[in-house]
Design a protein around this ligand. Structure first.
Ligand SMILES: [Zn+2]
Length: 248
């Protein structure tokens, strides 16, 4: 039984080709479960293969708004993956305007995102960068639920997502700057999820190096400190939240 869930990691990625099994077993051995998140078709299929192999590791499938611009979106291929019993969520999908200013490209992202929202009843893992003003009204009109992962928006935006029934996922980014403290405190305890986004975004003391699910403890300790709660209480609550959302 996992005592912590890393709700967003990418242990299927090439950064772990040399030692993937060791990294995964290191986390599982420490009582850390994982949601392994796809960003395109091959990484979604790879996530499922890992979830078939390791109890305590679950898969999510979807096409990220701009991680693989060469892939032609094939809804039926994702629908097949989405039905797999080890798939607990659809994602990461969403909107990323950080590198996109063209309104036609933004519209294309929105269309593809909505098609993926329509695909399944399973919870959604959303990637949203510089696009909360479009995302919030879009989600307000829908019945989907899930998590806004790697959240770096404002306290007000966090409250707005939670009021719509969504969860907020925090990772090492939250530890990079003091500007997120108000937002970190604003998230209701029953709406907060922890993640690493490994191999990216390692928090101190691992910053700049390859991240891994084991380091989720550092993220949780940091957030517990800012929220003024004992780490054990934060881990208990966020794990309960993750299990409720993903049905695991
Ligand atoms: Zn990610």
């Amino acid at each position: 039984m996992e005592k912590i869930i890393d709700t967003h990691c990418h242990v299927q990625m090439p950064q772990y080709d040399e030692d993937r099994g060791v990294v995964i077993e290191r986390a599982l051995g420490a009582g850390i479960g994982m949601v392994c998140v796809g960003v395109d078709l091959p990484s979604s299929q790879a996530a499922i293969r890992l979830a078939e192999k390791y109890e305590g590791l679950y898969a999510s499938v979807g096409l990220h708004p701009n991680d693989n611009l060469d892939e032609r979106y094939d809804q039926s291929a994702y629908e097949v993956l989405a039905r797999h019993p080890r798939v607990v969520a659809i994602g990461e999908i969403g909107l990323d305007y950080y590198r996109v200013t063209d309104s036609i490209l933004k519209e294309r992202q929105r269309e593809r995102f909505i098609r993926q929202l329509d695909m399944s009843e399973k919870p959604i893992i959303i990637h949203c960068r510089d696009a909360h003003d479009d995302m919030l009204p879009l989600l307000a009109g829908r019945t989907n639920r899930g998590v806004i992962h790697s959240f770096t928006g404002t306290a007000e935006q966090a409250r707005a997502y939670c009021a719509l029934g969504w969860y907020i996922g925090l990772n090492g980014i939250a530890t990079f700057s003091t500007e997120y403290q108000e937002m970190i405190r604003a998230i209701p305890a029953d709406r907060l999820l922890l993640e690493t986004d490994a191999p990216y975004l390692a928090s101190a003391p691992h910053r700049g190096k390859r991240n891994e699910p084991l380091y989720i403890e550092g993220v949780g300790n940091f957030i517990a400190d800012i929220r003024g709660v004992p780490p054990a209480e934060l881990f208990r609550m966020t794990t309960e939240n993750a299990k409720r959302l993903f049905g695991i």
